[in-house]
Design a protein around this ligand. Structure first.
Ligand code: DHB
Length: 302
């Protein structure tokens, strides 16, 4: 029997695959569908205190080897989101509430609300690559990362994950700051800052000009980040970036990830991607005489 069960802090998962934040995760219906399609847990869209419209279109463009987007953190606001979490929790689905803010106080308020609504864990978004005052602007300051994490930890009692950016020279220092703030896990990576120019119009394609690149092209960047981070922290790392096959997921796991998130992969392989990747991991493990996935975590570091 192959055992794919994983545990991150106190969060127990039937398998290591999570839906990444930002894809089909704004309403309970689609999140429920993804769970039924085999995901071990669901990460919600990043939610803020107040409703936001996001940027005008174009907000997404498919490129040769990945997807470029700048949505602008559109979300209904935390109070409106309550009904979605409550609906989802009726089916006992492990839900990780993603939150974003520009300051400590709001991060705490959002996190407490997520917990109150029933989230099983929190993902602090400190890595959105293009929203002024949010995400990466906070996530590149080690002191702030530690303080926000620590304040959220002191005000909640569910596991706290900190999602960090690849657009940093000091990624290990940032991960260690989250660890010092008592984060239960690091999530790496968010999208890579990128741009596409329209040759006929001679302007950037996205309305926000700069966006975040995801999909196959960023996998080697994610693998390197997970490898470097997990070598230098003593908490679990959750890998994300360009996972489309079981082999991709195994690569992240061997680099040091205890679980893996999938976002753009859904675009390429449909929502069944979770079942498909679980099967592909199992097949690889059978062929290589492994029964327990945890035995493979970080093996590439030896
Ligand atoms: C958005 C993009 C991100 O990379 C992120 O972490 C959160 C939000 C967005 O454009 O909405």
């Amino acid at each position: 029997m192959i055992n794919l069960a994983t545990q991150i802090g106190s969060l127990k998962l039937r398998n290591p695959l999570m839906l990444a934040s930002g894809i089909m995760d704004e309403d309970a219906g689609s999140m429920h569908k993804i769970f039924k399609s085999g995901a071990g847990a669901i990460v919600t869209k990043s939610i803020g205190l107040k409703q936001r419209e996001g940027y005008p279109n174009p907000t997404v463009v498919e490129l040769e080897h990945g997807i470029l987007n700048a949505m602008g953190l559109p979300n209904p606001g935390i109070k409106e989101f309550k009904t979605e979490i409550i609906e989802l929790k009726k089916s006992k689905i492990p839900v990780i509430g993603s939150v974003f803010s520009s300051n400590k106080k709001e991060f705490v308020e959002l996190s407490k609300k997520m917990q109150e609504y029933g989230a099983d864990a929190l993902e602090l978004n400190m890595s959105c690559p293009h929203a002024k005052g949010y995400g990466l602007e906070i996530g590149s300051d080690p002191k702030l990362v530690k303080e926000i994490t620590s304040n959220v930890k002191k005000s909640t009692d569910i596991p706290v994950f900190v999602k960090i950016s690849p657009n940093l020279m000091n990624i290990v220092e940032i991960a260690q700051s989250a660890e010092k703030g008592k984060a239960d896990a690091i999530v790496a990576i968010n999208t890579v800052k990128a741009m596409k120019i329209d040759l006929e119009l001679k302007i950037p394609v996205l309305s926000n000009k700069i966006g975040g690149y995801s999909g196959k092209a960023i996998k080697p960047i994610g693998i390197r980040c997970v490898y470097e981070i997990s070598k230098n922290v003593n908490i679990p790392v959750i890998g994300v970036g360009g996972v489309t096959t079981g082999e991709d997921a195994l690569e992240y796991i061997m680099a040091g990830a205890s679980a893996v998130q999938i976002g753009s992969g859904i675009y390429y392989r449909g929502i069944d991607i979770f079942t498909k990747i679980n099967k592909e991991i199992e097949t690889w493990m059978k062929n290589h005489n492994y029964t327990n996935l945890s035995k493979l975590v970080g093996v590439a570091q030896k």
